[in-house]
Design a protein around this ligand. Structure first.
Ligand SMILES: Cc1cc2nc3c(=O)[nH]c(=O)nc-3n(C[C@H](O)[C@H](O)[C@H](O)COP(=O)(O)OP(=O)(O)OC[C@H]3O[C@@H](n4cnc5c(N)ncnc54)[C@H](O)[C@@H]3O)c2cc1C
Length: 502
């Protein structure tokens, strides 16, 4: 017999999350910020101590700012305003991404180089501080069954098995997801022929002299150094030599470090050889089970988009799941189905093609790279606008296709975090969504009041360009996505309510 789960607070806990990786923890944090309790079950006894994903991109930094967890990450990471790939001591650059040019679009005009274990530490501390999340380490989810009333879980802590029932289960249990196996879902796609070699090294103080990313081009695949700070660097070799073994691997890492940074003592702190995939589940929702992060899709680390896109899954999901928990009526289905529709199409149309071009570019022999540079340019449309590559790489260029919540012209796009007339940022005025308006105010205010959202006057040139009109009323969802937009004279309340899943 199973019992509903209770946590420190009284009453049943509606959501269980399998996995305390960055995506499970981000989902718990997003739910807690919306006032919803959850349990996080993690099979390891403690957080994983390894550095793994290295870079948090601007779009993810915006999300962390919204969830009030950005400052501790900034304290522990190294800001990267530019990514310039070029050989040491060579002025010719093959790729330049200048995040400072994003000033009209985001407050996060940089990426953050930070080891994944530090990111997870900050997230788990934030999650526990909410008092709404019960994080259980050493707890493995073993079996899952669902019906229209709920999800029954069997888990094991130490040697003790336990069964409990929740309304929803988020499978954030990584690439080898137990839950995906339990519900009979496989990731579809391919595995790349090369493996990446990742190594964290500590170098001599006199060689630790730049925040730019030195690059070696004359290799089997590109080799890049990324600075974490305090003399510690990540070396990524996109096409590792798999014939190397034992001490030869150590010697190879030291040789790469000397080529990247100059001759001097090198301490190899950690290294790993990493199989790269491009795979995803056909859907991210199966009844009351939601897949997120690596459990839902795997990407090559070449674009640095793996962990980032998983956290962005959590951002799309958290407000919808919170709304479904609060009002389990007819609209819950549309909310959760829209998560699957929006994220599968975005991962398939943007994240994976971008990552694939970057993967091929970074693993190509030098003479092929010129051809692949053109493919990269064609994909991101650099000919149309020099900022497009930077926006795509930053993951700010979010454009969802149609879903149960999104229909009509001009919806599904991330609204820019524009600078307001008083020098602040727009997102600060709408921590969980808003009605934005310019022009006639009465219709916007009545709509905002009926939806329980703030009405934000935003008569800004950046938004006039974005909405392509002088007067507008727009619904911005809690995940910064335009849900509906209309002229003040013709807006229909039902259309706006439906875009919030009401
Ligand atoms: C060696 C290595 C290097 C990487 N380098 C990069 C990189 O440079 N750039 C990049 O973008 N990405 C990189 N990645 C990928 C990145 O780490 C993942 O994309 C990211 O961790 C995904 O987060 P997640 O929360 O979805 O899954 P995970 O981080 O895998 O977390 C899943 C968690 O679920 C737990 N779990 C599994 N099964 C169960 C169960 N049955 N019950 C309870 N808990 C369970 C696991 O213990 C784990 O803690 C790397 C990964 C590895 C392994």
């Amino acid at each position: 017999m199973t019992t509903p789960t209770t946590s420190r607070a009284t009453g049943p806990v509606p959501v269980a999350i399998a996995g305390a990786g960055p995506v499970g923890l981000a989902t718990a944090l997003g739910l807690a910020r919306a006032g919803v309790r959850s349990i996080v079950m993690e099979k390891k006894a403690r957080l994983d101590p390894h550095s793994r994903a290295t870079v948090i991109l601007p779009r993810t930094l915006e999300i962390f700012r919204q969830w009030d967890v950005l400052d501790p990450l900034l304290e522990r990471g190294n800001r990267v305003p530019h990514v310039r790939l070029r050989e040491p001591d060579d002025d010719h650059q093959i790729l330049h991404i200048d995040f400072t040019k994003l000033v009209d679009d985001t407050a996060a005009m940089f990426a953050l180089a930070i080891p994944q274990d530090r990111t997870e530490r900050v997230l788990v501390d934030a999650v526990e501080a909410t008092g709404l999340v019960d994080v259980r380490f050493d707890t493995e989810v073993l079996a899952v069954e669902q019906d229209s009333a709920g999800v029954r879980l069997r888990s094991r802590t130490g040697g003790t098995d336990r069964s409990e029932t929740v309304d929803y289960l988020v499978a954030a249990d990584g690439a080898r997801s137990t839950i995906r196996g339990e519900i009979g879902v496989e990731l579809v796609g391919r595995t790349y022929p090369t493996r990446a070699m990742l190594a964290d090294v500590r170098i001599a103080p006199e060689l630790d002299r730049t925040d730019e990313w030195p690059t070696l081009l004359a290799h089997r695949g590109i080799v890049v150094g990324i600075r974490f700070g305090d003399r510690v660097w990540r070396i990524i070799e996109q096409a590792a030599d798999e014939t190397l073994d034992g001490p030869a691997v150590h010697d190879h890492i030291v040789a790469l470090a000397e080529e990247l940074f100059g001759a001097g003592p090198v301490e190899v702190i950690w290294h790993s050889v990493y199989r790269k995939h491009e795979r995803r589940a056909p859907r991210f929702r199966y009844g009351r089970v939601l897949l997120a992060g690596d459990a839902a899709h795997l990407n090559s680390p070449a674009g640095g988009q793996g962990m980032n896109s998983g956290i962005q899954d959590a951002h799309n999901l958290a407000w919808k799941l919170a709304a479904a928990v609060r009002d389990p009526g007819a609209h819950a289905d549309a909310l959760l189905e829209s998560y699957s529709e929006e994220r599968t199409s975005l991962v398939g149309r943007f994240v994976q093609p971008m990552t694939d071009v970057l993967e091929r570019f970074q693993t190509a022999r030098p003479h092929r790279r010129i051809v692949l540079t053109r493919a990269l340019e064609a994909f991101v449309g650099m000919g149309r606008s020099s900022g497009t590559l930077t926006r795509r790489f930053s993951m700010l260029d979010v454009r969802y296709g149609p879903s149960r919540l999104l229909s009509g012209h001009g919806v599904g796009r991330r609204v820019p975090d524009a600078v307001t007339d008083d020098g602040r940022r727009l997102y600060g005025a709408m921590p969980s969504g808003a009605i934005l308006w310019a022009g006639e105010e009465n219709a916007a205010k009545a709509l905002a009041s009926s939806l329980g959202l703030p009405a934000v006057h935003a008569d800004l040139a950046a938004l006039t360009r974005f909405f392509d009109r002088e007067e507008y009323v727009a619904l911005v969802r809690p995940d910064h996505i335009v849900g509906a937009v209309a002229d003040p004279a013709t807006l229909e309340h039902e259309q706006f309510a439906a875009a919030m899943g009401r």
